[in-house]
Ligand binder design. Structure first.
Ligand SMILES: *Cc1c(COP(=O)(O)O)cnc(C)c1O
Length: 489
């Protein structure tokens, strides 16, 4: 039983377990020779299915060893330079240390009586982030940690809905709900439409505003959309601007959008799940100019801030808007409690102390170091864009803005439809080989490959190497020309 519960009798066991587990993972992480193993889905299914969950191994060392074979050996490793697919990052070491602390203490931050200084630490991180955004102190800005950008966006749009419905307008609540619209750029994250659905809005509640050539929200089209909603007797619950779209990394023109929102009295939500890290960038903070005019902001620390999943926050210009999320229970957070109970601001009840990760990163290396790491991947994306644009068999689909690069591989003599087909064939071949992981998406009806960089250790040499892997995979997966087949006979 000594390897089971953490009690007052077992701190030494905890230390030993942690040391040996951390040793195992450290040795493993140092030795990975690619972002993943080349095992097939069938092999992995067999591995996991072979475990008999009703026959414990009886010893932690054996369980860690088994987990290494099942999990570590086949995990997808974001710290490997061959991983260039999604918005995943290698993690800040102080943040991993924070995870070891919070997991052992098992703090739950929803009430003061379960957390004390953990509540104060989360509050300080929230206040610090709100100040970085530039929210005026007079509005008493506030916020709360969430499980991710999806939940932050949901709570932001819920708050905006309630703010809107609390204003006078003809009609019952049900009638008004049916007329509520969320106006967003065409490249807004899918969680916005999902939130509208969860919030009981009409199926056509999200009005997608076309973008300009760069893919950024067009302010003239936004003005027109806001006008149209009002003219049809509907109400705008919120305008969603994205600071870093997931595919293109484009930042909507925040000052212009904020101005349009002010003119129409509309709530402005800025989804900075991806671009939020620019708040600490030594060279590119200006890209977020105007974000201080938002009513609410989503920031994912587990993307461009190098924090382990999960770490995200919703920040509000006026803290009092969080009252819509408050639901009191006598046993937990009675009304008029003397001490702060963070559950009053959250959609969750039991909640992890995720704020400690960023806190310990700030206390160890500081915000500038996070920003410099982000700057490195943004510089790399620019360089990768130049490499792709300079390659005769590659086509740069859009100029990189943040850390994504969208491109197509077009070997000589390849038609548009063949280039589309190459994308999925190449992506799958690379993943199966375990040597690189890249993503794909569709832009203007054409499928393209996507690099997402969030690893400051990745270099232009890695980019060249993966481009060569792409060329080789395309050659291997191409249908063989007829004459070659004939010649082989
Ligand atoms: C990743 C992302 C989200 C969703 O965030 P999760 O943390 O994955 O829930 C929302 N919006 C944008 C722009 C994103 O890039």
């Amino acid at each position: 039983m000594s390897d089971f519960l953490f009690t007052r009798d077992t701190p030494a066991q905890y230390a030993r377990a942690l040391h040996s587990t951390v040793d195992t993972v450290a040795v493993h992480l140092a030795g990975t020779g690619g972002p993943r193993s080349a095992a097939s889905p069938g092999q992995l299914e067999d591995l996991v299915a072979a475990v008999d969950l009703d026959r414990p191994l009886g010893d932690l060392g054996a369980a860690v060893d088994e987990t290494r074979r099942l999990y570590l050996d086949h995990a997808v490793h974001f710290h490997d330079p061959g991983y260039m697919a999604h918005l995943n990052c290698p993690v800040a070491i102080p943040a991993v240390a924070a995870e070891a602390l919070t997991a052992a203490v098992n703090t739950a931050v929803e009430t003061w009586d379960q957390s004390t200084t953990a509540t104060l630490i989360e509050q300080r991180i929230v206040d610090w982030t709100a100040a970085r955004i530039g929210f005026p102190a007079a509005g008493e800005p506030d916020g709360v940690f969430t499980s991710g950008g999806t939940q932050s966006n949901l709570q932001a749009l819920f708050t905006a809905r309630e703010e809107r419905l609390s204003r006078p307008h003809p009609g019952t609540r049900q009638e008004r709900l049916a007329g509520l619209r969320i106006v967003a750029g065409e490249h807004a994250h899918f969680s916005v439409a999902k939130a509208a659905h969860l919030l009981g809005l009409a199926p056509d509640a999200v009005v997608f505003v076309p973008g300009t050539r760069s893919g950024a929200l067009d302010v003239v089209a936004l003005e027109r959309a806001l006008h149209d909603v009002a003219a049809s007797g509907g109400e705008v619950a919120a305008v969603v601007a994205t600071a870093g779209t997931t595919d293109l990394g484009v930042i909507d023109p925040l000052p212009g959008v904020a101005e349009a929102c002010r003119a129409h009295g509309a709530w402005l939500h800025v989804d900075a799940a991806y671009g939020g890290g620019l708040l600490v960038s030594p060279t590119r903070r200006h890209l977020l100019a105007g974000i201080e005019r938002a009513d609410s902001v989503t920031v994912d620390f587990h993307k461009s801030w190098f924090q382990p999943v999960a770490a995200s926050a919703l920040l509000l210009r006026e803290g009092r808007s969080l009252r819509f999320s408050t639901w009191s229970a006598e046993y937990l957070n009675p009304r008029h409690a003397v001490r702060p109970n963070l559950v009053d601001k959250s959609l969750q009840t039991t909640r992890r102390f995720d704020a400690l990760k960023l806190w310990m990163t700030l206390r160890t290396v500081g915000a500038e170091e996070i920003g410099r790491a982000l700057d490195r991947v943004l510089d790399l994306a620019q360089e990768a864009g130049r490499i792709v644009a300079g390659a005769p068999d590659m086509e740069l689909v859009a100029e990189p803005v943040l850390s994504t690069v969208l491109f197509r591989h077009v070997p000589p003599g390849t038609g548009e439809d063949d280039a589309d087909r190459i994308v999925e064939a190449v992506r799958t071949a690379l993943f199966d080989s375990g040597r690189a992981v890249v993503a794909s998406t569709v832009l203007d009806g054409r499928r393209c490959l996507k690099f997402t960089f969030l690893n400051p250790a990745t270099t232009a040499t890695d980019v060249e190497r993966v481009l060569d892997l792409i060329r080789a995979a395309a050659r291997e997966t191409a249908p063989r020309p007829l004459e070659a087949v004939a010649g082989a006979r």
